[in-house]
Design a protein around this ligand. Sequence first.
Ligand SMILES: *Cc1c(COP(=O)(O)O)cnc(C)c1O
Length: 362
Amino acid sequence: MTRVTRASINLTALRHNLTMAKQAAPDTKHMAVIKANAYGHGMLPVAKALEQADALAVACVDEAVQLREAGINKPLTILEGFIDSQELAICRRYQLTPVVHQLEQISLLEAERAESLAIWLKIDTGMHRLGISPEQASQAWRRLQECRSVDASKIGLMSHLANADDRADGKTEQQYQVFDRVRHQFADSDTAPIASLANSAGILGWKQTHFDWVRPGIMLYGISPLLNHQGADHGLQPVMTLKSCLIAINTHKRGEAIGYGGSWSCPEDMSIGVVAIGYGDGYPRHAAAGTPVLINGQRATLIGRVSMDMMTVDLRGLQNIKLGDEVILWGEGLATEEVAQHAGTIAYDLVCGINPRVAVQY
Ligand SMILES: *Cc1c(COP(=O)(O)O)cnc(C)c1O
């Protein structure tokens, strides 16, 4: 028998979610973020399904090369940019659009004699991860304008939001203000450079951040970027449904401890199911007792510790349960956001964390 644990990926839902992003930010272009194996959903099938995106974005040069070699010829942004002249050469060879976030990268560009490259100049407006400080922005801008290896008409301005998931947090408005000020410094007459600030949270929660290009990531996969929300609240549909099945149904007596460490004991004589999935598949080991699963469409809860290949569930109160029944860990019918909360993490972490052992079906 082949292992039943699998992630089923709904590409129709993925395309629907891109349409929802376009409805939320109708006057901008959309750069679909498919880094980290498209958040665990499979970078190539996702890239091919997102025909309606204006561009794609990945984290690093290696991811972009894979896409080009598979025949994807959309504009491709490298969010971390290039680290040395070798990576810069790859950007040229494959016509990638790197993010420039350090003055050292500008020096690498200045040392070149090649033809014009399109780039994004990243400004640090408050995230304090990547980006040139607003104080150094004009120097960077001027150097890039004069740099022969950069196409001066194809320098976009970019920044990234740190707290946009929280609608009550004032930082997003501050970051917006800083970004807009920098952008206006570079305006000749009345044409400001092409600008991009919004991630999914910006798209759904902060209209002022839309500018010319938005960069939807998590929302394409049907997951809400906003705190205390679920994808369905924004009309999004789940793309990944993680499934396994019941490989054992056992009866245990009151007081018997279940699994490693015996952290959970039966409060009464009861029936316990064993599901063929564990942290070796990417199911979070930190998921607490009480984390929901869906068995044959009925909600049940995780008990005891998650093992590498298996986990145990409380079958009390469930109807007509038998060996081999399908168990949904997250996705259709069970919000990934809810499971993430029980595991003390965010849904991004769950979908990205699926291991290669899990078969993926499209
Ligand atoms: C990952 C990433 C995004 C997408 O963010 P989501 O929250 O998944 O929408 C956008 N921009 C940058 C720079 C990123 O690193």
